[in-house]
Design a protein around this ligand. Structure first.
Ligand code: C2E
Ligand code: CA
Ligand code: CA
Length: 359
């Protein structure tokens, strides 16, 4: 017990407070900022058990259970938190040796997702498992091909394909973003030179504000092409924190010939009309949630129609995402939307297939 107490104290030195609360029970008070910190916490928790304990001539390996309660959602005072941590500990013990449980099941699931994403992404980085799928988009006027959006996938050795839904949040907020986006730019630019079509790539909010991203972008794109530009898709999120800076970066990007900027998922977040009038954006991508409601809701129809008119008056093109039916397609054409994208016209597919099907 003494040796264990020392090890636990060392693991959490400067990071938390440890105490022995009963016979073989210890408590740790740990401050976390982001949900990702929870995985660090679990690593620290495992530290004391890495090496066996020597008692006399015997080496003894120990295992443990842990129950975790989180302030403030699980309790606002120490007693409540402790009570709930203990109840989570009971759950953990029931589940078996080495198990850890959170009091709140939502957190437990979230944690499982984060850990899964972390493992998937680090494996993808190490073994080069990232791949681009291409989804075509078309001119609404004559349904001719206007370009492709590059969408990342992780394909493991057995051929299983993982969509960004399971890993993009971790990728964008974790330590591998830069490595990934370096790969993304390189791959997209190679593809662009090879297939000679417009290619859109999704850029995280973090990178777009990072001047070194711009520098690396510049170094990859030596030949800009006016006939089939590269489109950088960004989301409104980038304007929420640091508006001035985001606008400055976009203005800089727009100085490159043959590079356009698209505002992705328009209508889901910020969407202030005042800001819209000032944004240096070429294409407005109307979010799938609007397109979905087009046929049922007259109000949504009115909103979409006016977004398209406003964007057009501001000199922007519009693209409707997630077109899944003929009705949606016809409506958007009638509203003079510039481009259409969606499963009705073409799903994201591997590069070779996209080339074969659409070019
Ligand atoms: P997004 O940029 O809004 O991409 C469109 C998503 O909608 C894609 O999902 C696409 O497969 C899906 N989609 C397209 N048409 C339809 C349709 O008709 N119906 C429905 N239900 N869905 C449709 P995907 O490929 O799973 O990508 C999800 C998100 O992950 C993307 O949303 C984007 O935000 C992010 N993402 C994808 N690739 C990258 C990347 O290389 N870098 C970054 N930072 N984010 C990426
Ligand atoms: Ca996009
Ligand atoms: Ca989108």
């Amino acid at each position: 017990l003494k040796e264990f107490a020392i090890r636990l104290g060392e693991a959490f030195r400067n990071k938390g407070m440890v105490a022995r609360v009963a016979g073989d029970e210890f408590a740790v008070l740990y401050r976390y900022k982001e949900e990702e910190d929870v995985s660090e916490f679990l690593e620290l928790l495992k530290k004391p058990f890495e090496k066996p304990f020597t008692v006399g001539n015997a080496d003894i390996s120990l295992s443990f259970n842990a129950g975790i309660a989180i302030y403030p959602q699980d309790g606002e005072d120490l007693d409540t938190l402790n009570e709930r941590a203990v109840s989570a500990l009971m759950e953990a013990k029931r589940a078996g040796e080495g198990e850890v449980r959170f009091y709140s099941s939502a957190f437990q699931e979230k944690l499982r997702d984060i850990l899964f994403a972390k493992q998937l992404v680090s494996k993808a980085v190490e073994e080069g498992l990232f791949t681009l799928y291409l989804q075509p988009y078309f001119k609404a006027s004559d349904l001719s091909l206007a370009g492709f959006e590059a969408l990342v996938r992780i394909v493991d050795k057995s051929g299983k394909v993982y969509s960004p839904g399971v890993f993009i949040e971790y990728l964008e907020n974790g330590p591998y973003l830069r490595a990934f986006e370096g790969w993304l730019l390189r791959t997209a630019v190679e593809l662009h030179e090879r297939i000679k079509r417009t290619i859109s790539i999704n850029i995280s909010a973090k990178s777009i504000k990072d001047m070194s991203f711009l520098a690396s972008f510049e170094s990859y794109c030596s030949i800009y092409c006016r006939d089939y530009p590269i489109v950088l898709e960004i989301t409104e999120r980038i304007f929420m924190e640091d508006y001035e800076r985001a606008v400055a970066v976009l203005k800089k990007i727009k100085e490159y010939e043959g590079v356009l900027v698209a505002l992705d998922d328009f209508g889901t977040g910020y969407s202030s009309l005042t800001y819209l009038s000032k944004l240096p954006v070429d294409i407005l991508k109307i979010d799938i949630s609007f397109v979905r409601q087009l046929t049922e809701s007259e109000r949504v129809r009115a909103v979409v129609k006016n977004i398209i008119n406003l964007a057009t008056d501001l000199g922007m093109k519009t693209l409707a995402e997630g077109v899944e039916t003929k009705e949606q397609l016809e409506m958007l054409r009638a509203m003079n939307c510039t481009y259409l994208q969606g499963f009705y016209l073409g799903k994201p597919v591997p590069v070779e297939e996209a080339i074969r099907l659409y070019t």
